[in-house]
Design a protein. Sequence first.
Length: 182
Amino acid sequence: MAKTASKAKPSEKLVKGRCLCGGVEIAFVYPAFWAWHDHGAPSRTAHGAVYATYLGCWRKNIRILKGEALIARFEDTKTNTVRSFCSRCGTPLIYDRKRSKHMVNLPRALFATRTGREPRYHLNIAEQVDWLYTGAPLAPLKGYPGVVWERPKAKKRKVRDDPFDEVFDSAFRSTAKPAEDS
């Protein structure tokens, strides 16, 4: 697990975040090591979202500022991971992989301020779901202020084969004169 609240060194800039209910406050030393989107089913299910965005931080740079007693853990023996969450509101807090002894993963959404890294990587992209919003144009939904929607794609009309096309093409070819060489 992460360190409990310890005094930060004067040179350390802490980035602070919290769970939904505010019972747990967590921080890390700026900047995060890296950031990514995880499209894998375990992260998608744990977060209840189309994908989870994480920050990778050095374990030694994580601080639990408040609410350590509220942190519950779920250990997945199949994937050798531990997911910690707030026992009061259910907010995911820490994603810990046993194969990575020195790194801890924190959900990006816990932090309202800059973290020092933009999520530019996508893990488990092969598991991406078909209901993921991919940037299609959105339009306001009439009668529902603040709601936008993706208009359904127009159905393509099936082009029927015209039986006269073949007749016309063969008749045109037989009457067309070949170009003369000069």
